[in-house]
Design a protein around this ligand. Sequence first.
Ligand SMILES: [Zn+2]
Length: 367
Amino acid sequence: MSMGSTLVSDHKTIATGVWHPPHSNREVPARLVDIGGSLIVVSIEEGEEDRRLVWGIRSDIEISPRVGSIPRRIVFGNESLFETRDNDAIDTYLRGRGEGRSGLIHGLEIVRPRLIGFALAVVVLASVIYRYALPALVEVAVLVTPPVVPEMMSAGTLKTLDQVTFGPSKLPEAEQTAIRDDFARIAVNAQGGASRYHLNFRDGGLIGPNAFALPDGNLVLTDQLVALAGSDKEMITAVLGHEIGHVEYKHSLRQLYTAAGVAGLVLLIAGDVGSGVQDILTQGGGLLALSYSRQAEAQADRRSVELMLTAGKDPAALSRFFDLLETKLDDHGKTSMLSTHPGTPERKQAILDYVRELRAKGDQPSG
Ligand SMILES: [Zn+2]
């Protein structure tokens, strides 16, 4: 007897069966032996008893799950295979190692209800926070934000856009002045007065026809939007009125804080924030990537109607802009105002309804 065979016989036989050498159908009668956590297969073939056929550590060995009375396959790292019909013996061995289940399929059945319950609890908790706590937190955050924050955000955004896509406006001076004058007439009645708002003309470049407000009261109007409006100058003023609404209601700050809150929730659930969310929070240009909520758009639309009406201009002028969006901006895809200002036909109708409502109110005292 050799030293090796003495060692083997000292250790525990798990099960008997047959061993297939790597990539071979040959069957060698063998037994599976546990040596301090490692598994070896030794031959029980006559004249070859206790010859070690293969050795492996548990993590390199795959044990097939128990499926009825189908023989268990124990696959070693060298792709040799031990096969046994003694399913109970394998289960006993696995249980003894704290791998207590008879296989992956069994295991899933045990774990699943608990896992689903946990996942459900997290989702419910997250949606409760999102629905009730987050809006309140956002309001508080907006309230306590010092003016320097929107100023920095705005300066960063405009600087980024100027580097990436904007160019100096090619609009004739006279046309710029005319638009500025009309704008001043509605801005004077806006929160903070005319001096709170500053109109910037730019060649939109990749962004194309667009108008947007930065949270500090800087508004940007692209040459392409002016060109799109053509002779309808009132429509441009109405669009700027809409943007004033976004500033007054602090929509971009709210949107940003909501995104930050959502990022926090994602972090809580997934343990990681997607890079998209991170971009929104860290890059100045991210302000533009945010689209306002439907509710925010409706508020800004109504503000345009009010400001236009107060200034003695056509309060329904903004609705004409939506006609334009529908007919002319189909091919501008993601950079168009459609993506940052969604929901066109409903909004047009809501504007017309609000105009009627305000006019009816205005008529009442005199009539
Ligand atoms: Zn808007």
